[in-house]
Each structure stands twice: as structure tokens, then as C-alpha cells.
Design a protein around this ligand. Structure first.
Ligand code: ADP
Length: 543
């Protein structure tokens, strides 16, 4: 017997309608690429999102068409999120920091019809345009007055003109909640990038799951500043969960340096923010160098890479900010776990509590996870056994766009994350390493993340990376690569001695290399493939 409740599809357009109806005068503030701060409300955003939908339809866009965006976090990008998905097309966010050939590959692979482009990214698009095979129009996300005179894109349209004459009264259509809504390619550290194709249902369930108190816990009183870009897994879903909650949104635009972020945090009284460790390094350095304090910020989500313990401590001790360590991936929309200590942890000493906080956290309802050994047998949840981490749930991918990469789920419907992890009896998952980064020394595993964290705790270290280097006896041994803080002095012996007090002796790196900079991926993670390439022929002194 079926139940008798209403069968309303879960659609992204309902989020902006909900926010406009119930939080109509809550602000959305943006630092624009053009320069000035722009502010308006959810009510205004809904009208303009409808105009976007009307403009797309007038240009022949139909359901399922892919519409690309090359843009920073800002109000026009927010309108595109809702306008494009709301009418049934697919919002394909593109990371402008990718290599040009990767951008060309994914625009063509996605078969983008129209590209919406922020002002400072027009030159990139102008150069790549001849290689795009499906793009009919490029829309500059600005007004006529700001358009550069020398821009030579033949089919160029201007955003403000495109939507100006539209009525803004569009009625969002109803369709199957499993209709594709947005598309995001993973950076593809190996091989070509692969597209993760979200649907309306997965996006709404993810937004519900994100807003829970032990997940991101966003409510209508929150002021949310997503530093994580809208081109990287939909800014971890914050443009959706923010609207669901009716929170004030603050978009930082292109200026992600410490000084610009600090200014916005203070001016807009931001309470909640989210980003990868590299952006927080810059913010913390800026605040420390200028003896600044944060007056309203309560929570900083750190994800994308492991949050170094020194960063968690500094945020709490010097700035009164609680770090929410989180883990996820593009394939998971992205939220997999968030770390909130439980009541039983409140009695722990500061050191013990930090150990709990270093874990990547617990999954919200909606994400199932387990760890398995090489034979696929489930391992105990004892916080010690580690194995391949598998996940399952309604906001986790079932395969990549156009079938790239083949079948990705096992018979039980589990998706292999490529991460190696432990799970403890309280449900906290801790990443040991990415399976391809873990160092295999004499049949035992050494976690590059743990070594990096230990090195980052030294005050002279700005950033540290650890890779495995071939060793005749042990197969692989760790090489520590360090970028020193400006003017800081430290040598190999001193650093190894320091690490000796923090990690097991057999984990100690066989060598240390000092470099001027550590390479990063387009999403701000340490680019280990590059480091492995650079040190491919490196001979360890112990070899
Ligand atoms: P890519 O980096 O390939 O674009 P994602 O951005 O989706 O892909 O990154 C997902 C991966 O990032 C995870 O599988 C995991 O290895 C890593 N990651 C994410 N958050 C954390 C974290 N808090 N600690 C350690 N690793 C993390």
C-alpha cells in the first residue's frame, strides 16, 4: 500500500522561491570583479534569476542544454545557478584556473551552448574561442560601460543587456526531480577531467543534509562567506543551503588574498566561512602580521585537504574561531563528513580534543560509509584498522557524464573514494591518505598527511609536502619538501629532530628538500603529481 502524501518533486527553483518569500529582504553582498561592493536581496535575486531563464529561452536554450560559466563568486553567478537550473538546463561551472587545454577539453566534452564569463576572464575565452566546437554565444557578465573596447569576441553579448528587457515573471516549470541541474568536472590529477552531473533531487537533499546542526548548521541568522569557489563543486553547496536557510550571503569575487577577505569578514559581520587550507594560510598570515582580530566570525569550514593541527589551534586560540574540519569530493556534491565533537569529548584535555578535531568527522544522515581491505572485506570500526573508503547515498554519483571511466559502483552500489581511512566506534572517519599518495615502505604504510601536519607545526615552515621516493631496500621512503616562511631559518637536521618528537622513528623522512614554492592544483591542493615528476630521478641519501 502506498502512502498518501503529496508527490512534489524537489527542484532547485523552490530554494530561491522559498528564500524570496520568507527571507525576501535578507542581503546578498558581492565584491564585484568591476570593483565596487554590490548589495541586493533574495527578492531581487529571484527576479533576476527568472530574467536569466527568460533570456536563455529567447536565445533558443532548451531543457538539458549545457550552459557554461567561467566566473568567481558573485551575484550574477548566483543568478545563473538558479536561472539555468530553474528552467531545466544544466549549469556547467568551469574552473578558470585549469590549464587552457583542459578548459577546451571540458567545454567541448560538455557541449556548452553559451558561456557566461566574468570580465577579467574574457581574454582567456577570446584566446580559446576558435577551439570551442559548440559555443554559440559568449556573455560578458557585466554591463556595457565596463566592457573592454578591445574585446574581439564575435558573438559577444552583455549580461545586463541580455536580461534588461525580460519581464522577470517567469513561472518555474515542474519536471522530474532527477533532471540534470549542474555539471562539474573533477580536476583529474590523472587522465582527462571527468564530469559529475548533479540532479535537482541530489542538490536539494544535499542542501538539507548540509544545513543540519552537526553538519554546517546554517540558519537564518548566519552570515555566510563561501571562499570556496562556485566553480568548485558548487561552492560546497552553500549557494543552495544558504538559500534553504535564508542566510545572508557574502561573495568575495576574485580577491581572495588575506587583506581583502579580512575586510569583508569585518565589514559584513560574517559568522560562517568555508575554504581550503591554502586560503586560510594567507588570511592567518595577514591577521598575524597586522595584529588584527576577528569580531564576528564563529565557524570556518576547512576541507579539500587535511586541516593542519596548527591551523585549527591558531584559529581557536588567537581568533576565537571554531574550525569545522570537513571532507568530501566532487562526486559527493561534495559533503561526506563534518567534524563536530560529541558531548563525551568535552571532558578531554586540549591535546586529546585536538586529536578528535583532526579527524575528518562524522557523516550526516544520507551518507553511508565503510572501509574495506584489498579483498573488499569490511574492516572493523575501531579507529585503528585502515582501508579503502567506500560511500553510498542519494547525493553521491552513480557514474560520470557520458559514461567516462566506465562502471564506478560495485554490486552493493558503493562508490570507491580513492581515499584510505579509519572509522572509529563513534562514527568519526579519519583519512590516512589518498590511496595514490600513501607511502609504501617495506610493506607498511606511511601517511603523507600525518608527516605534512607534523612539519607544518614548526614555526619556520610555511608549507610542507611529502612524497614517496623509490628506495632499493624499502620500496619507497618519504621525502619531505618544505617551503620556508620568509626570513625563517631552519635546516634538515633541525627539522628531522623536531619531527622525531612527533612521529614514529621509521616514519621520519629520509631527506628534506627546501623549495621556493610548492605547486598547487587549480583547486588549491598540493600538486603531488608535479612533485613526483620533479623528484622522479631523485636519489635519497639512504638509497
Ligand atoms: P579533486 O581534488 O580531484 O578535484 P575533489 O576536489 O573532489 O577532487 O577532492 C576530493 C578529495 O580531496 C578527497 O577524495 C580527498 O582525498 C581530499 N580531501 C577532501 N577533504 C579532505 C580533508 N578534510 N582531509 C584530507 N583530504 C581531503
Amino acid at each position: 500500500m502506498l502512502g498518501l502524501m503529496q508527490d512534489r518533486p524537489l527542484l532547485i527553483s523552490q530554494l530561491i522561491d522559498h528564500a524570496a518569500a520568507n527571507h525576501g529582504d535578507t542581503e546578498i553582498v558581492s565584491r564585484t570583479v568591476e570593483g565596487p561592493i554590490h548589495r541586493y536581496t533574495y527578492r531581487d535575486a529571484r527576479v533576476r534569476a527568472r530574467k536569466v531563464a527568460e533570456a536563455l529561452i529567447s536565445r533558443g536554450v532548451t531543457r538539458g542544454d549545457r550552459i557554461g560559466t567561467l566566473a568567481w563568486n558573485g551575484y550574477r553567478h548566483f543568478e545563473l545557478y538558479y536561472g539555468i537550473s530553474g528552467m531545466g538546463a544544466v549549469c556547467h561551472t568551469i574552473n578558470p584556473r585549469l590549464f587552457p587545454e583542459q578548459i577546451v577539453y571540458i567545454v567541448n566534452h560538455a557541449e556548452d551552448q553559451i558561456l557566461f564569463v566574468d570580465l577579467n576572464l574574457l581574454p582567456t575565452v577570446e584566446k580559446l574561442l576558435p577551439q570551442f566546437t559548440t559555443v554559440r554565444h559568449v556573455v560578458a557578465m557585466t554591463d556595457r560601460a565596463h566592457l573592454p573596447r578591445d574585446c574581439r569576441i564575435p558573438t559577444l553579448l552583455v549580461y545586463e543587456e541580455l536580461i534588461a528587457d525580460q519581464p522577470g515573471t517567469y513561472e518555474w516549470p515542474e519536471f522530474d526531480e532527477r533532471t540534470a541541474s549542474s555539471l562539474c568536472y573533477t580536476s583529474g590529477t590523472t587522465g582527462n577531467p571527468k564530469g559529475v552531473l548533479y540532479h535537482h533531487r541530489s542538490t536539494l537533499l544535499h542542501a538539507y543534509g548540509s544545513a543540519l546542526p552537526d553538519t554546517l548548521g546554517i540558519g537564518a541568522r548566519a552570515v555566510v562567506l563561501p571562499v570556496v569557489p562556485m566553480f568548485h563543486v558548487n561552492a560546497w553547496g552553500l549557494p543552495y543551503s544558504g538559500a534553504l536557510a535564508g542566510a545572508k550571503l557574502v561573495f568575495p569575487g576574485v580577491a581572495l588574498d588575506g587583506a581583502s577577505l579580512y575586510e569583508l569578514f569585518e565589514q559584513e559581520r560574517v559568522t560562517f566561512t568555508a575554504g581550503v587550507p591554502t586560503v586560510w594560510l594567507a588570511l592567518l598570515n595577514h591577521m598575524q602580521a597586522n595584529k588584527l582580530k576577528l569580531s564576528t566570525l564563529k565557524y570556518a569550514v576547512i576541507g579539500g585537504s587535511a586541516a593542519p593541527p596548527a591551523m585549527i589551534e591558531t584559529f581557536a586560540r588567537d581568533f576565537g574561531v571554531e574550525v569545522l574540519h570537513a571532507w568530501g569530493m566532487s562526486e559527493m556534491s561534495p559533503l561526506g563528513t563534518v567534524n563536530h565533537p560529541k558531548e563525551k569529548h568535552q571532558a578531554l584535555s586540549a591535546d586529546e580534543l585536538l586529536k578528535v578535531r583532526l579527524k575528518q568527522g562524522r557523516p550526516p544522515f544520507g551518507v553511508e560509509m565503510k572501509i574495506v581491505d584489498d579483498a573488499g572485506k569490511e574492516l572493523p570500526r575501531d579507529g585503528k584498522a585502515f582501508g579503502d573508503l567506500l560511500v553510498r547515498g542519494p547525493w553521491i554519483t552513480s557514474g560520470y557524464f557520458k559514461g567516462e571511466g566506465g562502471e564506478v559502483l560495485d554490486e552493493g552500489g558503493w562508490f570507491a573514494t580513492g581515499d584510505v581511512a579509519t572509522i572509529d566506534p563513534d562514527g568519526y572517519m579519519q583519512i590516512t591518505d589518498r590511496s595514490k599518495d600513501v607511502i609504501k615502505s617495506g610493506g607498511e604504510w606511511i601517511s603523507s598527511i600525518n608527516l605534512e601536519n607534523a612539519a607544518m607545526a614548526h614555526p619556520a615552515v610555511a608549507e610542507a609536502a611529502v612524497i614517496g621516493v623509490a628506495h632499493p631496500k624499502w620500496d619507497e621512503r618519504p621525502l619531505l619538501i618544505v617551503h620556508r616562511k620568509p626570513d625563517a631559518q631552519i635546516d634538515k637536521t633541525e627539522l628531522i629532530e623536531f619531527l622525531g618528537t612527533r612521529v614514529a622513528k621509521w616514519w621520519l623522512p629520509d631527506d628534506v628538500q627546501f623549495v621556493d614554492a610548492i605547486p598547487h592544483t587549480a583547486t588549491g591542493k598540493i600538486l603531488k603529481t608535479k612533485l613526483r615528476e620533479t623528484f622522479r630521478d631523485y636519489r635519497l641519501p639512504t638509497a
